[in-house]
Design a protein around this ligand. Structure first.
Ligand SMILES: C[S@@+](CC[C@H](N)C(=O)[O-])C[C@H]1O[C@@H](n2cnc3c(N)ncnc32)[C@H](O)[C@@H]1O
Ligand code: SF4
Ligand code: SF4
Ligand code: SF4
Length: 409
């Protein structure tokens, strides 16, 4: 089984929200918590077993490849009991026709127990656990509903995952605080024995609409109110540069950082495995607790709803004109600065969610983090060129470490 959650390499992929956006924590920057307001008139935000069965049957039927990936997401997916997931596994078996099925679950880690970990190990789940680095950075934003620290609980969760040898990776946001401490954050993950790290930058704007959602929908234009924890593009570049310089000397082949892997993949002409750096997207939808399906986890806004599984099947929603346009738009809407950029092949304008500034020609739709990405690609170029050559000559790209350490670069 793959050790990173790379759903975007799939043809048709829909992640699930078994408790909608309900969560036991109150992270300051969370884009998903407020989705509760989209369903303000629904008393219970949890997926029924009847809907679970409908989804599993349809999802398995719509796959074009033998291997199938289910992802359980939230809100906090561990707020459903183990028996809910056991039921899901039984249904996967019932409708799977013997095909290989993987499950991944994303969690804040606070509710992990021996029992959960035994269940994950037994059923080969890949667990994504959210930690923002050492205690002071983690606790700054990831707090309980009562405002308490969660660091110790999450670390206890990590220890349980390790004790039961559950495959896990770490999800860490890069925000305006931890971005200033790249090596402390990187070394922390190495010290806790985490080999697979996905960093995701916070880029949020405060909405001026009164639709009950605090964060701007990607369709709102303008930069005026960037949320305070949003990462600065230059600091974002510096964060990755510092970590890259450490990684390329010591850790290639032993620590996996999603951006580095995906960049190398684009450099050698392979699919990057992450939607944000692909030419197009749109094959990764999300289904809410009531069967509503949206274009993407970061586009859960009324205007990006593509249907409901009670009235349409997944194939017709995911291959609808609306969803196909959503996906191709990632490329077709790029502003001139991107179209002319030497790193277009590696970046593709990153995620459309973050494209709300104007480019140097005055065209709208440039990525807020453009400057940061450009600096990153410019910095890693010689190393990527070297690793590409090794790869193309059937030698391990990890040879880059001895090249760098011999002072060749
Ligand atoms: C919405 S949470 C849901 C799963 C689970 N509750 C957790 O925290 O892992 C999924 C991931 O999104 C990250 N996240 C939350 N708000 C974000 C934002 N505004 N931008 C980028 N990532 C964010 C979280 O840190 C977490 O790793
Ligand atoms: S734990 Fe996850 S869903 Fe809950 S508030 Fe934090 S980021 Fe959001
Ligand atoms: S909109 Fe962004 S996060 Fe969503 S699928 Fe496209 S690139 Fe990925
Ligand atoms: S680095 Fe900037 S200009 Fe180049 S493709 Fe990315 S967002 Fe566009």
């Amino acid at each position: 089984m793959n050790k990173t959650i790379a759903p975007f390499a799939r043809h048709l992929y829909v992640m699930l929200k078994p408790v909608g956006s309900i969560c036991n924590l109150d992270c300051s920057y969370c884009y998903y918590l407020e989705k509760e307001n989209l369903y303000a008139n629904t008393a219970k935000h949890f997926m029924s077993e009847e809907l679970l069965e409908r989804f599993i049957k349809d999802y398995l039927r719509s796959q074009t490849k033998a291997e199938v990936l289910f992802t359980w997401h939230g809100g906090e997916a561990l707020m459903r009991p183990i028996k809910f997931y056991q039921k899901a596994l039984d249904l996967q078996k019932k409708y799977g026709g013997g095909r290989p099925i993987d499950n991944s679950i994303q969690t804040n880690g606070v509710l992990l127990t021996d029992e959960w970990c035994e269940f994950f190990k037994r059923n080969n789940f890949l667990v994504g656990i959210s930690i923002d680095g050492p205690r002071e950075f983690h606790d700054k934003h990831r707090r309980s509903k009562q405002g308490h620290s969660t660091f110790d609980q999450v670390m206890r969760g990590v220890e349980l995952l390790k004790k039961h040898q559950v495959e896990f990776n770490a999800m860490a946001v890069i925000n305006s605080d931890n971005v200033k401490h790249p090596l402390e954050v990187y070394n922390f993950f190495k010290e806790i024995g985490c080999q697979f790290i996905q960093f995701s930058p916070i880029v949020e704007r405060i909405s001026s609409n009164d639709n009950g959602l605090k964060f701007s929908s990607p369709t709102e234009s303008g930069i005026a109110e960037v949320a305070p924890y949003t990462v600065d593009p230059d600091e974002f570049a510096n964060f990755y540069l510092k970590i890259f310089d450490e990684w390329v000397r010591k850790d290639v082949g032993s620590i996996y950082i999603q951006l580095f892997d995906s960049t190398l993949a684009n450099w050698v002409g392979q699919p990057p495995g992450v939607c944000t750096l692909a030419k197009t997207c749109g094959h990764a939808g999300v289904m809410e607790f009531n069967g509503d399906v949206y274009s993407c986890d970061h586009f859960v806004y009324p205007e990006f709803k593509i249907g409901n599984i009670y009235s349409q099947n997944l194939t017709s929603m995911m291959y609808s004109d609306k969803q196909q346009r959503f996906g191709s738009n990632k490329f077709t809407s790029l502003p001139r600065q991107c179209r002319e950029c030497r790193y277009l092949f590696a970046c593709y304008g990153e995620c459309p969610k973050n494209r709300f500034i104007t480019d140097k020609y005055g065209e709208p739709g440039l990525n807020y983090l453009c400057n940061g990405f450009y600096k990153f690609f410019d910095h890693v170029r010689p190393y990527m060129d070297y690793m590409k050559e090794e790869y193309e000559n059937q030698r391990p790209p990890a040879n880059v470490m001895s090249w760098v350490n011999r002072g060749m670069k």
